[in-house]
Write a protein that binds this ligand. Structure first.
Ligand code: 5CA
Ligand code: ZN
Length: 405
């Protein structure tokens, strides 16, 4: 699938400050795995993409902005980044919405992907090198399910369904650190089917869904059907980044079951201990104290904000004003404050100061961001900066934060 245009990414002054991120699995902040001795080595980053059945809102955008920061910091540190993102364009919500609206599910997906791409473009988010739809990766999923079946890590049930066993990997549960009770709850809430008859364990996850009347199907050695959700991300990620890569990312609602199972399926299929070096999760965005959700209708859309004349840089600063791991709010007031901040930065950074001072400020900015993306501290550093070498700071703000001054 085609992604979106690449924004201008200015070169940031100063030396590398190694990026440290919080890892959900190890529950601590530690350095991201980079290969500093091989100049051609790439840092692999996989971020779960959208399910394109409805307009993407500011919450989705916030998650992709978080990983855009990660991407920008790695680039500023001189690394090559191989960024992969998927699109869950074969899934129940698409079929249901398409049926309701009397449109083809493929056309619904395409139109929503188009809107998402234009939001990403407007926000100057660096596109993934590989942007891969489920439709495009069915063969890869079939190969992975075949491997799981051959290794005894998956089993067939009636109706052509194939399930992966949670017993297949010794360390199942390491990614989310959820207790059994938390797993059971989250699995039932987030797309799992604990009561499916015949499963060996209520938590075993579907990797291939046999064909049902009215649903699309692809042929496979285990009968016609379509990919399960988690294994789709395991296949798309590891086929491009290798069986082990640096960062697996998404919103905190994906920590379990999705990322736990994506990791477990990949680990069982490839015979490895751990898929990603870091499992990174951004907090959920709410509006005026209430979590943004389609059922409540309290959604803010990027294209609406830009149509109203709000600058993409202000939207970035509004979302960066709190830490990415916190569940955080968006409000008119937060956006207004971000706009005032942008104006102040533009004024401040056109005044006189010394080159040395500017260089020191860029170092501080790099340090704050490399400390688990401490954007509140980073923004405060720029708040206190003045000077028209100025240009040095402006370039760093553009390169690292993606905010044009
Ligand atoms: N297609 C799957 C991932 S493979 C999916 O979760 N799609 S999604 O469209 O539901 O969400 C896309 C991304 O946005 C996910 O990383 C999700 O965690 C994140 N997300 C959804 N709602 C919010 C929110 N309110 N705030 C922050 N991130 C959100
Ligand atoms: Zn995913």
């Amino acid at each position: 699938m085609q992604s979106w245009p690449k924004p201008e990414i200015p070169v940031v002054a100063g030396k590398e400050v190694p990026l440290n991120l919080y890892d959900t699995a190890d529950q601590k902040i530690r350095p991201v795995e980079v290969n500093s001795t091989d100049a051609n080595a790439e840092v692999g980053m996989y971020v779960c993409g959208i399910t394109p059945y409805d307009s993407t809102h500011l919450g989705h955008a916030a998650t992709y902005l978080t990983f855009d920061l990660v991407h920008r910091i790695l680039l500023a540190n001189g690394h090559k980044v191989h960024y992969v993102q998927n699109i869950t364009d074969v899934d129940d919500p698409l079929f249901e919405r398409a049926e309701r609206d009397g449109v083809d599910w493929r056309d619904l997906g395409k139109s929503q992907i188009d809107l998402f791409r234009s939001d990403m473009d407007v926000l100057d988010i660096i596109p993934p090198r590989d942007y891969i739809g489920a439709i495009e990766s069915v063969d890869e999923v079939i190969d992975m399910v075949t491997a799981l079946l051959e290794k005894g890590a998956a089993y067939k049930l009636d109706q052509g369904d194939v399930y992966a066993s949670i017993e297949a990997t010794e360390n199942f549960g390491y990614e989310s650190n959820y207790s059994d009770t938390e797993m059971a709850e989250a699995f039932a809430e987030r797309g799992g089917d604990p009561d499916r008859e015949g499963k060996r364990d209520p938590l075993d996850a579907l990797v291939w869904r046999g064909h049902r009347e009215g649903e699309p199907a692809w042929s496979s050695p285990f009968g016609p059907g379509r990919p399960g959700w988690h294994v789709e991300c395991s296949a798309i990620a590891t086929n491009r980044l290798g069986s082990h890569f640096a960062i697996q990312g998404g919103g905190s609602d994906l920590a379990f079951p999705h990322h736990e199972f994506s990791a477990a399926h990949a680990e069982a299929a490839h015979g490895i201990d751990r898929m990603a070096g870091h499992y990174v999760h951004s907090g959920m965005i709410g509006l005026d104290g209430v979590k943004m959700s389609k059922s409540l209708g309290n959604l803010v859309f990027v294209h609406k904000l830009t149509e109203q004349g709000h600058e993409p840089g202000a939207i970035r600063l509004a979302l960066f004003s709190s830490h990415y791991r916190d569940d955080r709010d968006f409000s008119e007031d937060i956006l207004k404050k971000a706009e005032q901040r942008l104006t102040k930065w533009r004024e401040n950074l056109s005044q006189e100061s010394s080159q040395l001072e500017a260089e020191a400020i860029v170092v501080k900015l790099r340090e704050a961001l490399s400390n688990d993306l401490d954007t509140p501290a980073a923004l405060e550093i720029v708040d206190n900066a003045t000077g028209d070498h100025g240009d040095l700071i402006k370039t760093a703000v553009h390169g690292l934060l993606g905010v044009r001054l």
